[in-house]
Design a protein around this ligand. Sequence first.
Ligand SMILES: Nc1ncnc2c1ncn2[C@@H]1O[C@H](COP(=O)(O)OP(=O)(O)OP(=O)(O)O)[C@@H](O)[C@H]1O
Length: 540
Amino acid sequence: MGERSPPPAGRRTRLVSSLVLGQRACEVALDPERGALEWTEQPQPRGGRESCAVPISEIIAVEETEIDKKQCNSGKWQKMAKPHAFTASRPKHLLVYINPYGGKKQGEKIYEQKVAPLFSLASISTDVIVTERANHARDNLLEVNLEKYDGVVCVGGDGMFNEVMHGLIGRTQKDSGIDQNNPKAPLVQCNIRIGIIPAGSTDCVCYSTVGINDPVTSALHIIVGDTQPLDVSSVHHHDTLLKYFVSLLGYGFYGDILKDSEGKRWMGPVRYDLSGFKTFLSHHYYEGTISLLPASHAVGSPRDKKHCRSGCHICKQSKQRLEIEQKKNGGEIKGDDEGEWKVIRGKFLAINIANISCACPRSPKGLAPAAHLADGSSDLILVRKCSRFNFLRYLIRHTNRDDQKLARGESWPDFHCGMKLTFPSKNQAAKGVTGHTWPCTAAFDFSFVEVYRIKKFQFTSKHLEDGDCDAKKMQKNRFGHFCRDHPACCCIPPSSTWNCDGETLDCSTIEVTVHCQLMKLFARGIERNSTLEAVQRQLC
Ligand SMILES: Nc1ncnc2c1ncn2[C@@H]1O[C@H](COP(=O)(O)OP(=O)(O)OP(=O)(O)O)[C@@H](O)[C@H]1O
């Protein structure tokens, strides 16, 4: 480096040099205007010239060699004098929590073999804590001196991320004197970013925010200091905070599956398939009253095809509109000024609130394909009482093609985090197996399914509205007579359980509030032309 080429008219000086890549000679240029390092092959006698560029902000380390040295294969990577100089957002010091028991118990190995060497190459120093019990990371975050860290990394699955998130949100509110038990309290945004190194069973949050479950990709997002804001919802029972969630809050079908699977932990992930099958057969519905506050600020709808992608303009616009709305209300979240509540009563097989798409490798589109990561809203999906056959069609349709064709070789839904889709084998495709045609186009188009984009939500189970005496009557009926509607179990349970990001909640009466961009991740959202985009395109 060091040679200067004459600057093209109207452009700033570029730093130009040459580089030998194997047998090929390249011209290398540092272009400050584009913020890119470009290299172009010298023109070949037979023509053809390849050009590549990498954003300067994504360079992790530089190898330094002596100019006249013919052989430069020392393999020694030099750390740059100012390794963090490229962008101010790069982390220098990280706090890392590893769950040694998450997923296939590979957390420590994944971190040591795939992530730690990259952090070291990028001159990032770390304090590593291997957790010794559940909630170790959460409790530690409530006390540790966070000022010296530029980010927190969790190595594990969704449960581990949830723990770290609860620790950071709790710590931020505690430091700011905010009462988390007050459902109307405006929570303070957490400024410290979380990086997720996927090492769990599902890793839905990582998949929905990065587009792939790959420890190296996640490590690179952390190193280059990417930032992805993320909405978080709080769940209260009267004046008590129950939990926060970022992906799914489900009542009825998904709550019952989780409840049933709890006693089968020893079976591993297959327990969800078994409990799912059992819950599907029992076909329980639950009565209750839903009150929802539509997300009037949100641009778009749960039915549109504008999926949340890197640098999403829908998230940006929605946040701006929400801020204007809140300023109009004097910066406070006040009851009536926020909009008109809608009340829905009925019998439901499933009530799902999705903060994000809930995509995962087994369900690449997710439960709510159009849900956004940071628009201050959630997608509410109500599945009203319907026949078992129709409910199965709905479950299968979740990972179905939108063009009215059921995926060829369709299979039983995957109940763990979404629905399973089976593609035809090459042989089947060659034989022209094309699948069936159903009368509806997408999961949300069934007459018994309703979807809303919301910012607040309340639910009261019918047995609580009617008073405890009705619940007692139902308990009595349990052994009294055969239940016509529910032959599988002989009675209707008075209420289901809420499945809150994979954990059960004890209360059925709850209040949910979406907090716009409460958290920040080391991620950049799903990029266009990513692996996930390719899979999703295949599905549409
Ligand atoms: N040392 C530990 N011993 C026991 N449990 C732990 C420990 N560290 C963390 N946990 C708990 O283990 C639970 C599950 O962990 P994690 O999410 O990493 O894996 P997983 O359940 O296999 O993956 P996923 O949540 O993606 O399905 C978390 O709720 C976390 O609180």
